[in-house]
Design a protein around this ligand. Sequence first.
Ligand code: FES
Length: 85
Amino acid sequence: MASAVVTIRNNGSIRIEGDFTIVDQEGKPFDLAGRTMISLCRCGQSSNKPFCDGTHNRCGFASVVEARALPPPAPPASAPPKPAP
Ligand code: FES
């Protein structure tokens, strides 16, 4: 099983390090030429999407992120309703 660390960088990209595969919508893998670290664009301005090309440094992208807990996921639409207590 792949093991990777995903780091959301303040005012910048999403960095992935470790053992991972990046695929397109059809499941076709990108050839990362042996890289074990890659940065994905989070600002939407890269000319090389989905990868970061450093444009976030010039476009004023600002997003400071701190780790937090998310609420539980919504149950699937097909899940039976929970019984009343
Ligand atoms: S996050 Fe780096 S170019 Fe978008």
